[in-house]
Design a protein around this ligand. Sequence first.
Ligand SMILES: Nc1ncnc2c1ncn2[C@@H]1O[C@H](COP(=O)(O)OP(=O)(O)OP(=O)(O)O)[C@@H](O)[C@H]1O
Length: 695
Amino acid sequence: MSVQSIHPEEEQRLTHTLQEIDRQLGGIGPRYLGDDYTEQVLDAQREERRQRLEVSAKEPYFGRIDYKHEKDSDAKPLYIGKAGVGDNEGVDPLVIDWRAPIASLFYSFSGGESPVTYESPDGEETGEIMLKRNILVRQRELVRVVDSYVRGADNVSAADEFLLYRLGESKDNKLRDIVSTIQEEQDNIIRAERNKALFIQGVAGSGKTTVALHRLAYLLYRYAGRIAANRMIIFAPNTMFLDYISGVLPELGVGDIAQTTFADWSIELLEREVKLVSAADTLEHWFEEKRTQAERDEAPGRWKGRAAFREMLDAKLKDVEHRMVPDTPFEPHPGFKLSPTKIREWFETDYGDDEPLMKRRERLASRMKRWLESEWKDRRLTDKAAKSKANTKLNAYVKKMPSYTAPQLYRTLFDGKDVQFDVPKAIAKRTMQQLKAGFVDPEDLAPLVYLHIRLYGLGTPMFDHIVIDEAQDYSPMQLEALALCQRVPSLTVLGDLQQGIHDYAGVRRWSEQMDLFDSSIVGYYELDRSYRSTMEIIEFANHVLAGMDGGVKPATPVFRSGEAVDVIPCEDASWESQLLASVKAMLEMGVYQSVAVIGRTARECEAIYNVLTDAGLTPSLVQSKQPAYKGGLTVVPVYLSKGLEFDAVLIADAGEEAYLEGDAKLLYVGCTRALHKLQLLHRGALTPLVKLEVN
Ligand SMILES: Nc1ncnc2c1ncn2[C@@H]1O[C@H](COP(=O)(O)OP(=O)(O)OP(=O)(O)O)[C@@H](O)[C@H]1O
């Protein structure tokens, strides 16, 4: 392995590339500020190019492969970067975009002399790799050059030294792109074809969120002109998480993709007809008190989230459809008659049942109006008073056709009047109470969205692609609702069953969600390498989960060794001082940019926050409606820490009172937030989930 800070060949190439980028930037010219529309469009394109080039001007590329096509006699060096850069004449690119087909070789090649292939737009191409080189450029300076493969040389290992170097770096408060170190198993997901329902089970820290964001950037590049960023959407668990991931897409040169939570999106779609109970109340119910597995199994979220519940909604919609045309004829004037059979025929055959029901109703009413007007014409009826009477009759007839908003129709499932639906009493009671007050619980949103779309349509263009992160917390019903937002399923669904702490509403097996799609379009991938944490932390976290039946493989750490995990007992009386000492020690080391103290409940976190602030520290306290993730020293309840990561983590109390046998997933989530350092304090006896001898 050769590691050089100065590499004459690469220095020269970098200088040449930067000169060319600067030249292109200089040639873009001033902004257009006038009113001419064509000029404005051209200006927007120039601006986009300028922004791309400005990114390239700092770090033009991160890798190089020397590739010899089977038809060529010599190898060509190909430099891979975040954005492609054309050369002087615009023929051979100076830098190839990481998403280009040939760039896939950089990610898939792991050594050896066998021929390599990649899928080009013209079919499969074959060749050989002579060199694979990682190049780190920071602010226009060459910082590091690492060869991971040199053909014919035996002193080169394909092991990813560069990856370890990147992983060992300390993190600030935002997730970042990984274009320079995407691993093959991740690349396969990123480049998977578009029209699939892709399910990815990935252990904590395996890069699921990161991969999903890179996949969006890839899809936009690969299917340019066919899919658009403003028709893509990312669903994430909360607004703080959205803030945490917000830097990645712009870094990849992608803007305009909606990033939201399922709740916010649903409330907007439902035109704010209902209000959602506060997220804090729901979380408090499930996490501030101890709940049994039976309570979780029988939770309303599980019941309303089942695919079987969708069948009930469909039955309701069918019922409205059947009742749509009254049994009586429409007779606006004596002798003018429209039979119910005729009206039903129009309703059933002319407006297909893939159209939203209330739209069909509207169109049927217009059709009856047109019929009336043409009858008047044919029969030369001019009597204004008679016409006005006929119109009133038409309005009265149309009024008899059932009309519902989604909440109105939803309510009829729970009001006890319809005996065909066997709704558990407690669920019916709670739902009615809430609906009467204008409120709904989180699990009501998906069925309401489903009904709304089936009744009124989506109102906005369909989605070209949907990403669902932390999808283990999604019910089948939520996916059913989202499926209505696409003509052809195109989804990337990512999650980890081992982190399924919201299993009172989510799924316990991926098949619960996968079975909703035609098996021919379902793809399933597993990511079991964890890139976030050191070996010591992963091994510790795996032991916490041991014995849990999730049907999921444990995480395999990337070989990155760090400090041992500390488990420190303390008495009630000394807990505060120990907590403070631990936090201070972590901060004083001066190497950790982000340190988290993870508490079991929000109440505990408030107490910890006070202890830290009283001691003169300036932590930020994460609460359920947190809009932004600040980094630095953070106090966070374990159930809100999911998805985030910190250089160092202190589990404030891993005592037997805090984490019971059934809390393995919670503690696992907490432990796997740490990149480099993990420490657990415990008041009194240690939780049975941690077996010290394994440490
Ligand atoms: N190929 C890679 N190269 C460098 N870093 C990587 C790579 N893959 C993942 N990482 C890093 O690993 C960490 C975890 O990534 P990410 O948050 O996307 O994982 P996740 O599977 O969504 O985790 P969790 O389920 O715990 O939320 C991030 O810091 C990310 O930058």
